[in-house]
Design a protein around this ligand. Sequence first.
Ligand SMILES: [Zn+2]
Length: 365
Amino acid sequence: MSVTGPPIAAVRPRGLAVRGRLWPGGGDPALDDAVVVVGADGLVSAYGPADGVHLPDGVHAIDGAWVGPGVADAHAHLAFGSAPAMLAGGVLAVRDLGAPLDDALAVRDPHGIPAVVASGPILTAPGGYPSRSWGARGFARFLGSAAEAHRAVVRLADAGVDVVKLALEPADGLPVPPLEVARAVVEAAHDNGLTVTCHAFTAEMVARAVDAGVDELAHVPTERLPTHLVAQLVLDDVVVVSTMHALVANGDAEAADAVRANARALVGSGVPVVYGTDLGNTGIAPGVDAEELALLAEAGLGPEGALRAATEGSAAVGGLNGVHQGRVRVGERARMVVLAGDPVAEPKNWSTPVAVVHGTEVTQP
Ligand SMILES: [Zn+2]
């Protein structure tokens, strides 16, 4: 497993080629011994069986056991990690869901590697979650009325956020935005071309989120959802971001059971459950989280379905959509990870990527 050939700078005009088992994602079949050719423009120009392909001198060649699109984490807090640490662990796109606005805009880098998009502060009731806990210093923005909610969302949109995060968290008696305020958040976000992802753990709060018209739940809920609510999520095309490892590790046994049961019910009903780690919680390290992939597989997706949920699935959420494709396709910009082994068979292969390919740039994290 090594990068071979002349120095990168000398060969960039000729492009590069990556050899190994190719998992192109997007539902296309894997190819055992493949070559992916990246042109000097940084776009994937061809891929197919490596057998019989002769690479001319001057083409930078990378040999790995496995090549694929790299993971997108749809729920992270880079305030408690870093973009380079995510990249070093095979994550090529990150959606930061909660940070003070200036910090969020500072880490935001939609064209970088990893691509980083951000929500800025979490919208909540005055004094609400997370303003009295981990998010005390600027992570929360208070909405006292529907009119204030509207103004807050317009200001965030004007500032350049990629998605809106709403919290409906009544734990410890904290105030929660009422339905009309949640609705105003969703209307203002949609009017400004943004989607809303919502923190809601209980059935009552999930019902409020659905009534308000949110696009996503930012977590698999920790209270068992009634069947009619799961059906409503299906009908309303709501996407659910997983974050199960953090919830199972930090919650009580009852919450952990509810998370697993909800995930099975959501997957079984056809609700898209996509990969996100909630990086920032105790026990969640930057990089691809093998336990999160295992929990997605157990929820009914299987190992390959879990990888799809972590690539094309999570790449399709609001903010990441269009930034990172989560697949390898001819004509699209090369954003690939090269690993020393097949991560579908062994997710721990994510922990030490051989190389990351971004256009014609090659980095060895
Ligand atoms: Zn979070």
